[in-house]
Design a protein around this ligand. Structure first.
Ligand SMILES: C[S@@+](CC[C@H](N)C(=O)[O-])C[C@H]1O[C@@H](n2cnc3c(N)ncnc32)[C@H](O)[C@@H]1O
Length: 486
C-alpha cells in the first residue's frame, strides 16, 4: 500500500494555482492538476531501478513528478527528469517543485524543463529516431479533441500515430519514447476502452505494452473533485514489451483511497486479443468474469460449425416464389420467427419460399435440428444475440433454405443433435452470454466469425441444458435460471 506524499504544501499550491488560472487558458490547455493522494498512488505502482529517466509531459506544477521523486528517494534511485509544460505561467511552480526534491537528494536528481508543446517536441524526437529513451513515464495529460485538420493531427500522423484526443496522443507518444520494459502510469479518461475512434490507440497499447493494473474510482467525479471534473477517469499502469500476466483491477471510492481494494484477473478477461475491436473490459468485481466461467470450449470442441445463411434473396430473385405448393422449399428469414416460434409460410413483402433448381440446390440444407441466430438486431430488442431453434418437425420439406440475415449452426451442412441444438439456443439467449458478446464484439451485427470466436459450455453441459429446457418456460428469467444451474 502507498503512503500519501509528505509534500503537503504542494496540494495547497495546487488549489491556489488552480483557482487563479485564466479560465480561457484553463479550457484551452485542459489544466486539471492531480491531487497529492492520487499522485502518490500513481507513483507507488512503478518499480524503481538504480537509474531512471522519467518523462512527465504536460507537467503542470509538477504534482506527479513530485510524488515520483519522493518515492525514488526511498529507493535510492538516480533520476533524470524531463518535463514538458506549455503554459509559461506554470513553469516557475514546476521548477520550484522539482528543486524541492533535488535539494533533498544529494545529487541523485537532475532535470530539464521544456517550456513548449510536447506534441511538437516528441514528434520531432521520434521523427529523428530518438525512441526507447525513457524508463518511466508518469502523466495526467490534457484531455481535448484533436481536430482532423490541426497541426497536432498532421504531426502525429507523420509518425504513424492516429488518434483523436490529446490524452491518447500523449500516452501514445510516451509509449513510443519508452525503452523496453519501460513503465507508464497515467490517469486518463476511460473512453479509450471502447469505440472505434480509439481502436488504433488500443492496438498500440495492446501490441507494445502489457497492462499491469487498472484503478477505477467508484464515484465518477471524485478523482478531481476540487475541479468539478465529471469525466470518468482511470489510472492505468503499462509495461512496454512485458509478458501478458494477470491484471490487477483496483478500486477506491475517491482520491482518498480509504477503501482501496484489488483483485487479480486473467489477461484474457480484460482483453480479447483476437477480437476485431480490441475493447478493454474492466471487470469491476471478481464475479464479473470475462468470459463467463461456463464458456470453456471452442465451437469445434463441441463439434459444431456456424455459417451465414447461404441464400441471398436479391441474388436468388428468379427462384423466389409467392404461391406456395407442396414442392416449394421453405426459405427461412428472421421474420419467420414470432416470439421464438416459427411461422412458415408467413405473409410478408418478401416471398419466403424457393423453387428448386440446380443453382439453388447447393445452397440448401437437409431437414434437421438447427440453431439460427439473427445477424441484425433492432434497437428495441433487449438482446444483441437472438437465437431460434429449428426442429425437423417444424417444416414439411426435406430441404430448407436459410436466408443471409441468419447465421446457422450445423455440422457439415447438416442438422445437429436435438438436445445440443436446444441447449445451444438457451445458452445463446441467456443474459450472461449477451453481456459477454457486447463487450467482446462491440458492433451491432452478429457475424459468423464472432460466433466462431466466442467460447461455449461443453457439449455435455449444452445437451443437459437442452433436456432441462423441455420443461422450462421460455422467458428471460427462466432461461437465465437454467444457465445458472448447469
Ligand atoms: C490535466 S493537466 C495535468 C497537469 C499535471 N500533469 C498534473 O497532474 O497536475 C495537463 C497539463 O498539460 C499542459 N498542456 C496542455 N497541452 C500541452 C501541450 N501540447 N504540451 C505540453 N503541455 C501541455 C497544460 O497546461 C496542463 O498543465
Amino acid at each position: 500500500m502507498f503512503t500519501a506524499s509528505i509534500f503537503s504544501d504542494l496540494d495547497i499550491t495546487r488549489r491556489n494555482v488552480s483557482k487563479n488560472l485564466d479560465p480561457d487558458r484553463r479550457l484551452e490547455f485542459a489544466q486539471y492538476m492531480t491531487p497529492n493522494s492520487i499522485a502518490s498512488f500513481m507513483s507507488s505502482l512503478f518499480t524503481y531501478g538504480k537509474k531512471i529517466k522519467l518523462i512527465d509531459p504536460g507537467a503542470g506544477i509538477g504534482s506527479l513528478t513530485s510524488a515520483f521523486l519522493e518515492s525514488s528517494l526511498k529507493h535510492n534511485s538516480n533520476v533524470d527528469v524531463e518535463a514538458w509544460e506549455i503554459d509559461p505561467s506554470l513553469i516557475p511552480y514546476l521548477e520550484s517543485t522539482i528543486n524541492h526534491w533535488k535539494k533533498k537528494s544529494n545529487g541523485t536528481i537532475s532535470y530539464k524543463i521544456h517550456s513548449e508543446d510536447f506534441i511538437d517536441y516528441a514528434s520531432f524526437l521520434l521523427g529523428m529516431g530518438r525512441d526507447k529513451y525513457f524508463t518511466h513515464a508518469i502523466l495526467n495529460p490534457p484531455y481535448k479533441k484533436i481536430n482532423s485538420q490541426s497541426k497536432h493531427r498532421h504531426l502525429l500522423s507523420s509518425i504513424g500515430i492516429e488518434t483523436v484526443n490529446l490524452y491518447s496522443a500523449f500516452v501514445a507518444l510516451c509509449i513510443s519514447l519508452l525503452a523496453d520494459k519501460g513503465e507508464l502510469v497515467a490517469i486518463i479518461p476511460r473512453s479509450f476502452c471502447n469505440g472505434t475512434y480509439y481502436l488504433p490507440f488500443r492496438k498500440l497499447i495492446l501490441e507494445s505494452t502489457s497492462i499491469k493494473q487498472i484503478h477505477l474510482f467508484k464515484s465518477r467525479n471524485r478523482a478531481f473533485s476540487d475541479d468539478d471534473v465529471l469525466q470518468e477517469n482511470i489510472i492505468i499502469h503499462l509495461v512496454k514489451g512485458a509478458d501478458f500476466n494477470n491484471v490487477i483491477i483496483s478500486t477506491s471510492l475517491d482520491a482518498e483511497f480509504h477503501d482501496y481494494a484489488e483483485h487479480k484477473c486473467d489477461y484474457s478477461s480484460v482483453v480479447n486479443q483476437s477480437s476485431v475491436n480490441k475493447f478493454i473490459h474492466i471487470p469491476s468485481n471478481e464475479s464479473e468474469k470475462y468470459p463467463p466461467d461456463i464458456c470453456t470450449n471452442t465451437l469445434s470442441e463441441i463439434g459444431l460449425e456456424v455459417s451465414t445463411g447461404q441464400v441471398v434473396d436479391f441474388r436468388a430473385k428468379e427462384y423466389l416464389i409467392k404461391n406456395i405448393t407442396n414442392k416449394s422449399i421453405p426459405l427461412i428469414y428472421p421474420f419467420n420467427y414470432v416470439d421464438g416460434k416459427l411461422i412458415w409460410p408467413k405473409e410478408h413483402k418478401k416471398p419466403n419460399a424457393l423453387k428448386m433448381s440446380s443453382e439453388i440446390k447447393n445452397l440448401l440444407m437437409p431437414k434437421g435440428n438447427y440453431v439460427l441466430v439473427k445477424r441484425f438486431s433492432s434497437k428495441e430488442e433487449k438482446r444483441r444475440l437472438v437465437a431460434f431453434y429449428l426442429s425437423p418437425d417444424n417444416l414439411d420439406s426435406d430441404l430448407i433454405g436459410f436466408e443471409n440475415h441468419l447465421n446457422v449452426f450445423h455440422l457439415s451442412k447438416k442438422g445437429i443433435d436435438e438436445y445440443l441444438a436446444r441447449g445451444l439456443t438457451v445458452f445463446l439467449n441467456s443474459t450472461i452470454i449477451d453481456q459477454h458478446f457486447r463487450v467482446f464484439s462491440g458492433h451491432t451485427q452478429v457475424n459468423a466469425t464472432d460466433l466462431r470466436t466466442i467460447r461455449y459450455p461443453s457439449r455435455e453441459k449444452l445437451i443437459k441444458l437442452g433436456r432441462k429446457s423441455l420443461n422450462s418456460p421460455n422467458d428471460q428469467l427462466s432461461i437465465d435460471n437454467l444457465i445458472r444451474n448447469i
